[in-house]
Ligand binder design. Structure first.
Ligand code: CAO
Length: 428
């Protein structure tokens, strides 16, 4: 019996993925649950297992292609009686809307929200929230909203007593699309044929690389950025870190400079709320956020991922160290959920574990600032008439000059440096 294997649902609201690898070929004998293809989305890469055992008789996709949920990828001769497939195709009646959502998923400014969930209220964060059972809507409308990933609590019902219809859900989804998708996509110029000068190899860009490329272009084009540099004396903080490292490790965390900077940045964002805001040029508004969610740039084999630590201001240093270790591990093992990639207001990018005296990080779209951290090193510092060895960490703060002036940037970074140098007075 020949069985078609279709691309199953990969994650909520993901309707297609980039096929990075085909792991089997025609003639291969495969087991049930054996990985057959590797799919990358903007959230993670994942292996897709075969729902059947048998012999591969047809491979219908190639590495480098975009594959839609429900698309046939392989045909397998199972040698037995037909099994009922458990893989669901997208509901036909909603295909048009799903197509629209797919457009969103593929557009740079939207995919940014996945890569870095700093999105304002106009973006796909709506698509990822869960629906509430208290809103008046029929089960079929709820299902429809769920399929589109629309948060029903945000939809205004046009029916009696605010009852929500399919049309209301569609109108809401459409308004998001219109508000988020730019009128013209970035046009890329053709590049020269480099094979004219020597041998070349063409490789497809992974999904994460495409998203990073598009998000950095978007940031570069839309945010006028200024970088403020500073250096903090962390000699005493480092002593504190080393003295408490083992204690924190016992609870499953790693007390690193990044964990400490998470804590300090949260306090700084409370002191300087403008740095926790988003600029809404369309409506000429500034969105001040009353929560402190901070993204952490994590270097992984698949590329840069920016998971978010939530309510940083309400957590102890030990909790933050545990969470940081957890999200960094999940980022590197491709286990982050879409929820963990959303909602950041500010970002920390620590390259100090690798190399460098300074760098200029790029502000994530829909945020207004990012803190870059370089490698701490011992330097001679002139103190009370003497040169003394002190541990200094170089910091760079990139910020959006539309909202933040130079003096604000200097004050914010100065506050962070003071908090690192005099933790006991600043942290009170
Ligand atoms: N200066 C000196 N040493 C540093 C340091 C700094 N600024 N930051 C970290 N270190 C040290 C740590 O203390 C640790 O040392 P020990 O093993 O002796 O304790 C070591 O470097 C490795 O740290 P880590 O990477 O395990 O942990 P972390 O919490 O400091 O960082 C994370 C976590 C996820 C930020 C980091 O692993 C990472 O991925 N960094 C790269 C971020 C990136 O790619 N940024 C660029 C994005 S584009 O703007």
């Amino acid at each position: 019996m020949k069985q078609e294997i279709k691309l199953p649902e990969i994650a909520d609201n993901v309707v297609s993925g980039y096929l990075s690898k085909v792991l089997v070929k025609v003639g291969d004998k495969i087991e049930k649950d054996q990985s057959i293809i590797e799919i990358e989305t903007d959230k993670a890469a994942t292996d897709i297992p075969s729902p059947y055992g048998g012999t591969v008789v047809d491979v219908r996709v190639n590495a480098g292609e975009e594959v839609r949920v429900g698309q046939v990828v392989l045909v397998v001769e199972t040698g037995g009686v037909a099994e009922v497939t458990k893989i669901e195709e997208p509901v036909v009646e909603n295909v048009e809307m799903l197509k629209s959502v797919n457009v969103i998923e593929e557009r740079s400014d939207i995919t940014l929200s996945h890569l870095h969930p700093s999105t304002s209220s106009n973006t796909l964060s709506h698509f990822h929230s869960s629906t509430s059972s208290s809103v008046p809507a029929a089960p079929s409308v709820r299902r429809f909203a769920r399929e589109l990933g629309v948060d029903l609590t945000r939809v205004k019902g046009s029916g009696k007593a605010g009852r929500i219809s399919d049309e209301d859900v569609k109108a809401f989804a459409k308004s998001l699309i219109l508000n988020t998708v730019p009128s013209s996509p970035t046009e890329y110029a053709a590049i020269p044929d480099f094979s004219a000068w020597g041998p070349v190899e063409i490789q497809p860009m992974s999904r994460i690389r495409q998203i990073t490329a598009e998000s950095t272009v978007k940031s570069w084009q839309t945010i006028p950025q200024v970088v403020q540099f500073g250096k903090a004396d962390i000699t005493d903080v480092e002593k504190f870190r080393l003295a408490n490292k083992a204690l924190v490790e016992k609870s499953g965390g790693k007390l690193t400079m990044t964990a400490i900077l998470l804590k300090i940045s949260a306090m700084a964002l409370r002191q300087f709320p403008k740095f926790n805001a988003s600029v809404d040029m369309r409506n000429k508004q500034i969105v001040m956020k009353n929560y402190i969610h901070i993204g952490i740039a994590v270097d992984t084999e698949q590329g840069l991922l920016v998971p978010v630590v939530r309510d940083v201001d309400q957590k102890s240093l030990t909790q933050l160290a545990q969470e940081l270790a957890g999200i960094a591990e999940r980022a590197r093992t491709r286990k982050l959920t879409s929820e963990e990639m959303q909602g950041g207001n500010f970002t920390i990018s620590n390259l100090g574990g690798i190399f460098g005296t300074s760098f200029t990080p790029i502000v994530y779209p829909n945020q207004v600032a990012i803190l870059g951290v370089s490698k701490a090193s011992t330097e001679p510092v002139y103190q009370d008439g003497l040169l003394v060895p002190r541990l200094l960490v170089p910091l760079s703060l990139s910020y959006d000059h539309r909202l933040i002036d130079g003096a604000d940037g200097a004050r914010f970074l100065s506050w962070i440096c003071t908090a690192l140098e005099q933790p006991f007075t600043t942290w009170l």
